[in-house]
Design a protein around this ligand. Structure first.
Ligand SMILES: *Cc1c(COP(=O)(O)O)cnc(C)c1O
Length: 462
C-alpha cells in the first residue's frame, strides 16, 4: 500500500460542504457543527494511527449521527399509557389559557415585584393570594416551587427546634426518594411518631403532646392504600385537639383536589375545601397533580402561619418564577369560572366520554390493521396516577396491537424512539394505546407513528 490513508480524510471545510452536514449547520448553527466535524475527524485520525486504516464509514455519516446530541434533550412525548398524571412524562399538561398566560408573562416585562399604584417595590407572592383564597375558602395563601419545598418551608418556619406529631401510617415516601421523615430532619423539627402502621387514634396524638410540641401533621398517604383493620384520627378531631392545646394543625394533601373525583365514579380524594372547612392552620398540595397547573407547591390556611411562611428566608430560595405564577393563576381562574372540567386537560381527560374514546381507539386500530398487524379495539382501564387515587381506575377503550412479527416490547421501543415519541403500555404480547391521555390534535400523528413502527416488522415477516 503506497497511499496515505490520512490523505483520504476530508478537510473540515469539505465535510461542511456535504449536503447533509450543511443542512445540520443551517439548523443548529455553524459553530456546533464545526465542533462535531472536528471531533469526528480527530477520531478518524486516531483510528488511522492505531490501525493504519481509515474507518469504513464516511465521516459525514458519523457527523449526522452525532448531531442528535445537538437536539434539545427535553422533548414533547405523546402519552398513550392512559396514566393521566404521569410523573415521568411531566405530570399535568397545561390548559390553553395557562399556556397563553405563560407566554404573555415571558414575552415582556411585568409587575412581578412592582406595585403599579405606588411605583414602589412589590412582592411576587401577592399575585396568587386572592385567587387562592377565593377557590379554596382559606384566609391566606402562598405558592412556592413545589409541594416538597412547601413542606420544608412550613416545617422550618413553624416547627424548627420543636416537635411535630405524626401517625406512623403517614411516614410515607412519595417517590424519587422523597421521604417525609427526611424532610422533617432537614427543617430542624423533631419527629414524634404515634400509633401503628394500620391504626392511629386521636388519643395517640393527645398522649404524645408535650411542652415542646409545635404541631400535629397529617399527611395524605397518596400513593398507596391501607385496607382492612385500619383506623385514622378524623381531621375534625385533630383540629379540635390542636385548638385545645394551642398547637398548629398542618395538612399535606398531596394532590389537592378542588373538584370531587367521585363525580366521575372515582374514589374520594381529600378536598382542599374540606381541610380548610375543618379549621386547620396550613394545608399544602401540588400545583401539577389533580389541580392540573404548572409545577408549584401551594400552602393555604390561616393568615398568621401563612405570613410566617412568606417571611421565612427559605421562601426566597423556593419561590416560583413568573411564568409559573401566570400559568397557575390562569389555571385557578378556570376553577373559579367553573369550566375546569372542559378547559383543564387533567379534568377533561378524567371526564372523557367512553364513546369518544372508543371511536378514537378504533381509528388507531384501523391504521395498525392497514400496516399488517393484528389489532383490535378493547376495553381497558386508565388511571389517574401521580400518587392520586391509588387503585382507582376509569373504564376506557384502547387500541391493542400484536405486531405481525417481533415482540410487543420491540414495538413499544420503536414507538418510543419514533418521531413523535409515543409511550404506550405493553401487556403480555400486545401493545396498548389509550386515547384518554392523548390530545385529540395528536391522534393523526399517533396513527402515523403506529404505521411507521409496524412497517419494519411487516417487511421482515413478508
Ligand atoms: C406528590 C406529593 C408531595 C410532593 O409534591 P411535589 O409537588 O412533587 O414536590 C408531597 N406530599 C404528598 C402527600 C404528595 O403526594
Amino acid at each position: 500500500m503506497n497511499h496515505n490513508p490520512f490523505r483520504k480524510l476530508p478537510s473540515v471545510e469539505r465535510l461542511l460542504g456535504d449536503q447533509r452536514v450543511a443542512a445540520l449547520a443551517a439548523r443548529h448553527g455553524h459553530g456546533p457543527v464545526v465542533g462535531l466535524a472536528r471531533a469526528v475527524l480527530d477520531e478518524y485520525r486516531a483510528a488511522i494511527e492505531a490501525t493504519g486504516g481509515s474507518p469504513e464509514r464516511p465521516p459525514a455519516e458519523a457527523v449526522v449521527e452525532r448531531a442528535a446530541s445537538l437536539e434539545p434533550s427535553l422533548r414533547p412525548v405523546v402519552n398513550a399509557t392512559g396514566v393521566i398524571i404521569h410523573t415521568n412524562l411531566g405530570r399535568a399538561p397545561l390548559s390553553d389559557d395557562a399556556l397563553a398566560a405563560m407566554q404573555r408573562a415571558g414575552a415582556g416585562y411585568s409587575n412581578l415585584e412592582y406595585d403599579l399604584a405606588s411605583g414602589e417595590r412589590g412582592s411576587r407572592f401577592t399575585h396568587l393570594e386572592s385567587v387562592l383564597c377565593r377557590v379554596t375558602g382559606a384566609e391566606a395563601g402562598l405558592a412556592v416551587n413545589n409541594n416538597a419545598s412547601a413542606l420544608l418551608l412550613a416545617l422550618s418556619a413553624l416547627c424548627a427546634g420543636r416537635e411535630v406529631v405524626i401517625s406512623r401510617a403517614q411516614l410515607v415516601e412519595i417517590g424519587g426518594g422523597f421521604r417525609i421523615p427526611d424532610v422533617m430532619r432537614q427543617s430542624g423539627a423533631t419527629l414524634v411518631e404515634v400509633g401503628t402502621t394500620n391504626r392511629t387514634y386521636l388519643r395517640d396524638y393527645a398522649e404524645a403532646i408535650t411542652e415542646r410540641t409545635a404541631a400535629l401533621l397529617r399527611v395524605h398517604a397518596s400513593n398507596f392504600r391501607v385496607v382492612g383493620f385500619t383506623e385514622e384520627a378524623p381531621l375534625a378531631g385533630l383540629a379540635a385537639l390542636a385548638r385545645e392545646r394551642g398547637l398548629l394543625l398542618l395538612d399535606d394533601l398531596g394532590s389537592g383536589a378542588l373538584l370531587d373525583p367521585r363525580r366521575y365514579g372515582l374514589g374520594a380524594e381529600p378536598l382542599v375545601a374540606d381541610s380548610i372547612g375543618a379549621g386547620l392552620d396550613v394545608a399544602r398540595f401540588s400545583g401539577d397533580k389533580l389541580l392540573g397547573g404548572p409545577q408549584a407547591g401551594i400552602a393555604v390556611g390561616r393568615a398568621e402561619p401563612i405570613a410566617a411562611l412568606r417571611r421565612h428566608p427559605l421562601a426566597r430560595a423556593v419561590r416560583m418564577d413568573k411564568g409559573s405564577i401566570a400559568g397557575l393563576a390562569a389555571t385557578l381562574a378556570a376553577y373559579e369560572r367553573g369550566d375546569a372540567e372542559r378547559t383543564v386537560p387533567v379534568w377533561r381527560m378524567i371526564a372523557a366520554a367512553p364513546a369518544a374514546l372508543r371511536r378514537r381507539a378504533a381509528r388507531w386500530t384501523r391504521a395498525a390493521t392497514a400496516a399488517g398487524a393484528a389489532a383490535s379495539t378493547v376495553s381497558a382501564r386508565s388511571t389517574v396516577g401521580g400518587g392520586s387515587l391509588p387503585g382507582e381506575e376509569l373504564p376506557t377503550f384502547a387500541c391493542a396491537v400484536r405486531p405481525a412479527s417481533g415482540s410487543a416490547a420491540a414495538l413499544a421501543a420503536r414507538l418510543r424512539t419514533g418521531q413523535p415519541p409515543v409511550v404506550a403500555r405493553s401487556e403480555h404480547d400486545r401493545g396498548l394505546l389509550d386515547p384518554r391521555t392523548v390530545d385529540e390534535r395528536d391522534d393523526r400523528a399517533v396513527a402515523g407513528a403506529l404505521a411507521a413502527a409496524l412497517a419494519p416488522a411487516v417487511t421482515a415477516g413478508s
